[in-house]
Design a protein around this ligand. Structure first.
Ligand code: SAM
Length: 153
């Protein structure tokens, strides 16, 4: 049976330095340390209560400037194709992005963050505190570790 679905709505938007996809650093070793602001819409501002205590946040957002999807993707970090669900490709069946950002400060409805990899104006769908309980030694990095080894990184 089909699950009952919902229509996502933006709770806010990203304000950042990247206007076009080519501006965002890509490939092995690319650093995502751009600073920006997540502007929350007034209706949702009460939902930010107590967020200041968290150093990092998960931001769930919409790839609003990608079209369609492909079930295999060739990421900039490798020259081999991989299944879309084994990548962070913007061209996915449900075009949702997930980024971990560092919360620098809150100024009312504006969250100043570091680690932006979204384009300016990107709709934000949700925010959650980042808490990782996965011990480092149990993490496996799949094809990415192999691509890094091939590139000598
Ligand atoms: C590889 S994805 C990873 C995004 C996120 N960290 C994730 O894992 O879901 C990052 C790329 O998405 C593209 N991008 C960023 N914002 C976008 C938007 N609003 N619409 C379409 N593409 C976007 C940029 O080209 C950027 O290099």
């Amino acid at each position: 049976m089909e699950a009952i679905m919902f229509t996502p709505r933006a709770i806010g938007h990203v304000r950042g330095p990247y206007k076009e996809t080519k501006d965002v650093p890509k490939g092995l070793g690319a650093k995502q340390d751009a600073e920006g602001v997540i502007e929350i819409l007034p209706t949702f501002e009460p939902g930010l209560m107590d967020i200041e205590g968290f150093s990092h946040l998960f931001v769930i957002w919409m790839f609003d400037r990608s079209e369609g999807f492909e079930l295999t993707a060739r990421p900039p970090s490798d020259n081999r194709p991989h299944g879309v669900f084994a990548t962070r490709s913007p061209r996915r069946p449900n075009p949702m992005g997930l980024s971990v950002v560092e919360l620098l400060r809150r100024d009312g409805p504006r969250l100043h963050v570091r680690g932006i990899d979204m384009l300016d104006g990107t709709p934000v769908l949700d925010i959650k505190p980042y808490l990782s309980s996965v011990p480092q030694e149990t993490l496996r990095r799949g094809w990415l570790a192999e691509a890094e080894a091939r590139a000598g990184k």
